[in-house]
Write a protein that binds this ligand. Sequence first.
Ligand code: HEM
Length: 476
Amino acid sequence: MRFDDIPVMAGGAPLLGHIPDIAEDRLAFVRRVEREVDRMARIQTIGTAVFVNHPEVLQEALVDKARSFEKSSMTRYALYPLAGEGLFTSRGELWRRQRRLMAPMFHPAQLRTYAADLVACAERVVAGFEDGATIELARETTRITMGVAGKTLFDADTFSEADAIGEALTVALEWTSAHSPSVSAIAHLVVARTLRELGGRVGSNLASSAAARLEQPLVLTGRDGRALRSAVKLLDEQVQRMIDARRRAVSPHADLLSKLLAARDEDDGTAMSDKQVRDEVLTLFVAGHETTATGLAWSVHCLCNHPDVYAAVQREVDALDGDPTFEDLPRLSLTLRVFKEALRLYPPVYFFARQAIEDTSLDGHDVPRDTVVLISPHALHRRPDVFADPERFDPDRFLSEAEAGRHKLAWLPFGAGPRVCIGNHFAMMEAQLVLAKMLRHASFRAVGVEAPHPSATLRPAHGMKMKVHLRQRRSA
Ligand code: HEM
């Protein structure tokens, strides 16, 4: 079947099609996809784009035909100033080499080495809770996961939101969120593509290299552009300082930065350049901390709205002998299911994309090269034929029998295929341990109503206000 036979989503303005809708309120658009798209629908934009919303078609795009699709130009453009050619944004041979080098650092067997640090980071934050106080839970979980990132990446003990790197990352992430997609970003990428096509047609290297250069923002103007420039400058300096210190260090650190510097390609024995290490460090920082913090906050939100589940989780975490440890993970199975169900309802990465790098097909339809494939775990996770009564919070959807009865790609908070989240096991362990630590230490009661806000991740719009009551002042 032809590409043009794929149904088109209704609406769309002249010239820019659905882009203004997506740019204006991504979540509202995703909600429409949830209602209107069964398998696949075309989106009106400059160039060709489809929204895919069925596990079988996602299996094709993300797994079976993964070699025909790459990260989209928009993803790369929006993340370039921060993450450069790190694992999240890189393509082709560079990505394959980096994934090979970094996979061992996130192997499940390595997780044990991080567990105690995770609990210590949670301890530092919950120790500051005051009995009866109202807190913004999303801020607190961010402080925990930022601490975890600082410790595991740089072996830094006193890492918090107030630190310079944390602030600079927040500025850079805000820019990313505002520019993916924006009309100026789209115009920019259209010029890049036209140049690339021109280069291909007339065989001009100049046009092709100009197009490659145009895949990143060229001039950062306006207040947010200037703020981004100085944030990136600070990040570059700080990370370089740490790289230099590691290179000079006599006794090795056990942090990820040291592992990145020590990694050698198995084929040619080469190490990463400082620039590549910088890109990977900032990628891991960005990809790992806000996603997990958001998932943790939504987990507590769901518990507060479901007192029966909250009571059962409380029993589970209270049955531990003391602070949660790596060995306790099998005893925290309901805690894990709560996190998974929170990621189903509020997937932090609620929107991601691919781009066809050759002519291919999806669901029996031709898909021309350069077609953008949009995917929303938020919409996918609300398919009533897969998750009955989809808005209902029910951690038992993740009992192993229930999981076995579903298509593997029906639950997609971490993506799938070769580009699946490299930190997914880390994030789930972090969630189990941190949730157990928080719930043993304090009880939480929601103050007011919370709604998701579609920024770089699916954050709570009001920071998730909670009243806390301390249950035990000291870790048992
Ligand atoms: C709840 C927490 C997390 C969520 C929901 C999440 C989600 C995702 C998703 C959806 C992708 C794939 C995007 C795509 O296919 O385009 C991804 C990729 C990635 N994530 Fe995560 N992530 C989480 C935690 C982490 C952590 C803790 C780390 C690192 C410490 C991390 C590092 C990465 C990296 C490096 C990639 C790119 C992998 C590649 O392309 O090879 N993430 N994540």
